[in-house]
Every structure is written in structure tokens, then in C-alpha cells.
Design a binder for this molecule. Structure first.
Ligand code: IMP
Length: 425
């Protein structure tokens, strides 16, 4: 009964979309277990890219079933747009998508509440994606949230949504035209949520049936370990759990049914939004990484901050997730950078060495200690064999394995599905 969990080990944007797309070809089901419309999972279909936000990446394979777990937050308006773009890309969703009836819904007034919160934070703003992820989880844990199953009873649902709209508008104190716009979107939200009831179900039950029948389930994480609200760089984090353990909670499958955890790692680091980033490059090299790696947010289009690979961070993230193996992505982007720098430990002020990865306020003050590795000139884009990689590239990969203590089994060398090197166990 195998379940494989795929998680990001940095600050998101590691290339999970491509890896899940690859690994799920022979899966029975792919299940998203965290986040919502803040995510942007890119898959290459032919010559064009498709960005998925809320639905599991496995949907692009005909015949693979897709689930959205209870631990996600669902924006029905954004979902309807996403399903439309899937239809335009020729992907027939049919009855393959099932959403947990217990999932919390992103009410349109939450976006305005998040904008207000971010504004109030001033220089300390989190730099969220403004997809109202935070406010939805806040409502959930305040035990005032709206769940998809509530829409099964139309009159009570309409009343609950209306009450939520007015409660939000009271807090916001917006001009009349914005209030009317939010009320209009709340109506749309209500209608679309009512339509979604037919997709709602017991994800836990469905997945257990699949597993008992010998099926393969791929649990698709969102964001990255360092954005996890418990284990990430709090308060500069998202609100949905990003670590592998969350798959069990969100999907309602016992921890013992998880067999394998795959950590996706970008060959360098990037981060969008505010917060500490010890190996950040605020210079021309950082700009080059951004341009070569097309490091602009798949959801918001924001330029990503870029920096060298952080081995301390990776070791920490791999331990938290219990990774069995790593998929290394974007290795081709590093062609032409020489030397390549990898952070192997931190120094906090000169007097105290910090061997452990800390996520609190001191992290921003750590000085990364780098090891230099030789780079390579040859363009390795599209390479599919380990032996065809330049020796320096192989050394870089082997050093990552050593630093993390986990094997690198897959190496992505370009955006296309087949730009991938598989290494045997
Ligand atoms: P939120 O998830 O919109 O609340 O944003 C909180 C933090 O997580 C911000 O720094 C965002 O930029 C970051 N974030 C959220 N989703 C993603 C993602 O899919 N990739 C990378 N960063 C993300």
C-alpha cells in the first residue's frame, strides 16, 4: 500500500510541480495536502507551461485521480478559473477530482482583511501572496470558518456567508464601492461553493480504499519546509503545514501508510517575500541566478530573492521530513558559475559557532560559512545521463548528498519532462 510524499526542502519554488508530474505518471491518485491558491506548480506540456494552483498536479495525466485534502484552504472563485484554464489546455477533469468536504473556504472578504493586516505591519510585512491564506487559517482556528460541507445546506450556508461578509466589512471600514464589490464577490463565492458540493467527499475513505486495493498515492506538498508555520522561519512563513507529517493529518491516512518521502531541492536557494535568508546574494551573481533561473513568482510574478545553496538548512529540512531521497532541480542553471559556493555551517558573531539550523530571530544575524566548489562551463541543459555530466557537476551533487546525508536520486536539467537524470538506489 504505497504512499509517497513529495515536499519542498527550501522556501518553496523548488520545482515540485515537475517532480510530482514525473512521479505520478503511474500513480492511482495525487492528493494535495497543504496550502491553497498561494501555490504555483508549473508543469511543461509540450511547448507550453501550465501553472496549477489548487488542484493536484497529477490531474494532467489522464486516468489519475486527484484529491484536495482537509488541511488545504480552497478558494472557489480561483478554482473555477483554474478548472477553466485546464479545460482550455485540453485536460478533461471529468469526475476525477474530489475535494474534502471538511476543507475551509477562502471567503472574498478575507483578501481585504489580509491587505489591511499587511499594510498595518509596515516595514515588518510578511510579503504574502495576498491569496488570503493567513486569514482563512485564522478563521479555521478561531472556529468561525466556513467549510465546504456547510454548503450542503443552502439556506444556512447563504446566511453564514452573509454574516461573514458583514463581520469583515465592519472591521475593514472601506468606501462604499469596495463594500459593494466584496458583497458581489461574496454572492459569486456562494454560488460557486454550492456547485462544488458535488465534488465534496470523504478523502480519507477514498484514499484508504485506493491503498487497500494496491493503488499508489502521491501526496503533493506545497510551499517549502522553511515556510512551515511550526518549523519554518516564523513569523515569515505561510499558514498551512508544509512538512511531510502534515500529509497524514490533512489526508486522513495514518502515518504508517506513508512509505516514502521525497525532498525536492533547488540547486541554489530562492525566496519570495520577507524574512531571513542567510545565503542571499544581493549582487550581480544573485541577479544572474534570477535571470538564468527565471526566478519570478508563478503565482504573483514577484522577483525572487536568490542565493547560494545552504547545506545547513537542507540538513535541517531533510531531518524534519524524514526524507528517503532527494530530487535536485535546476542544476542546469548553475552552468557558467565558477566557483559555486555552498554554506556548510553558520557563525553567530565571531565568538560562537552555530552548527544547528535556527529559525528564530537570530537566523538573520548568522554569517554563513561557505565552501567553494569548482563550477563548469558546458551547458548541461537536457542532459539525461549521470555519466554525461561534467565532473564538477557530479562533484557538486555528491557534496550535497554528503552534507544532507540522503541520496540524490533524480536530477532535473531543464523544464521539459524528460530533462531528468535518474540515478539508481
Ligand atoms: P502566504 O502563503 O500568501 O500567506 O505567504 C506567506 C509567505 O509564504 C510569503 O513569504 C510568500 O511569498 C510565501 N509563499 C507562499 N506560497 C508560496 C509558494 O508557493 N512559493 C514560494 N513562496 C510562497
Amino acid at each position: 500500500m504505497p504512499t509517497t510524499v513529495v515536499v519542498g526542502l527550501q522556501w518553496g519554488d523548488e520545482g515540485k510541480g515537475k517532480m510530482v508530474h514525473n512521479l505520478s505518471e503511474s500513480a492511482t491518485a495525487v492528493a494535495r495536502f497543504s496550502g491553497g491558491a498561494n501555490a504555483g506548480h508549473t508543469v511543461r506540456l509540450g511547448d507550453s507551461d501550465l501553472v496549477l494552483h489548487q488542484v493536484p498536479t497529477g490531474l494532467v495525466h489522464p486516468g489519475v485521480r486527484a484529491f484536495v485534502g482537509t488541511g488545504c484552504v480552497l478558494d472557489p472563485i480561483a478554482l473555477s478559473e483554474e478548472l477553466q484554464s485546464l479545460a482550455e489546455a485540453g485536460i478533461n477533469v471529468g469526475d476525477r477530482l474530489r475535494i474534502s468536504s471538511k476543507v475551509h473556504l477562502v471567503h472574498p472578504v478575507y483578501r481585504a482583511l489580509e491587505e489591511m493586516e499587511e499594510k498595518k505591519r509596515g516595514g515588518g510585512a510578511i510579503g504574502t501572496t495576498l491569496r488570503a491564506i493567513g486569514p482563512t487559517y485564522v478563521e479555521k482556528f478561531s472556529r468561525r470558518g466556513i467549510r465546504l460541507e456547510d454548503a450542503a445546506c443552502e439556506s444556512a450556508f447563504r446566511e453564514a456567508v452573509r454574516a461573514q461578509t458583514e463581520r469583515g466589512l465592519d472591521i475593514l471600514d472601506l468606501p462604499a464601492d469596495r463594500c459593494s464589490e466584496i458583497r458581489r464577490r461574496s454572492e459569486l463565492f456562494t454560488d460557486l461553493s454550492l456547485d462544488l458540493v458535488e465534488l465534496a467527499g470523504d478523502v480519507s475513505l477514498d484514499l484508504m480504499e485506493i491503498l487497500e486495493n494496491g493503488g499508489l498515492v502521491m501526496a503533493e506538498g506545497a510551499q517549502g519546509t522553511l515556510l512551515d508555520p511550526d518549523h519554518g522561519t516564523y513569523p515569515y512563513v505561510t499558514c498551512g503545514s508544509c512538512v511531510s507529517g502534515a500529509a497524514s493529518i490533512s489526508l486522513g491516512i495514518g502515518p504508517a501508510s506513508i512509505d516514502e518521502v521525497v525532498g525536492v531541492v533547488k540547486a541554489y536557494c530562492s525566496r519570495v517575500g520577507a524574512g531571513p535568508f542567510p545565503t542571499e546574494l544581493k549582487d550581480e551573481t544573485g541577479d544572474m541566478l534570477r535571470e538564468k533561473g527565471h526566478e519570478y513568482g508563478a503565482t504573483t510574478g514577484r522577483p525572487r530573492r536568490c542565493g547560494w545553496l545552504d547545506g545547513v538548512l537542507l540538513r535541517y529540512a531533510s531531518r524534519l521530513n524524514g526524507c528517503h531521497w532527494l530530487a535536485l532541480t535546476m542544476l542546469d542553471v548553475l552552468s557558467g558559475f565558477d566557483p559555486l559556493r555552498v554554506c556548510t555551517r553558520y557563525e553567530l558573531d565571531p565568538e560562537s559557532d552555530v552548527p544547528l539550523f535556527e529559525t528564530g530571530k537570530r537566523l538573520g544575524k548568522h554569517r554563513p560559512v561557505f565552501e567553494d566548489l569548482p563550477g563548469w562551463e558546458d551547458d548541461i541543459a537536457g542532459t539525461t545521463s549521470w555519466d554525461d555530466l561534467p565532473e564538477q557537476a557530479r562533484r557538486y551533487v555528491l557534496r550535497i548528498e554528503e552534507l544532507v546525508g540522503v541520496p540524490v536520486r533524480a536530477i532535473s536539467t531543464g523544464p521539459a519532462q524528460n530533462d531528468l537524470i535518474w540515478r539508481s538506489a
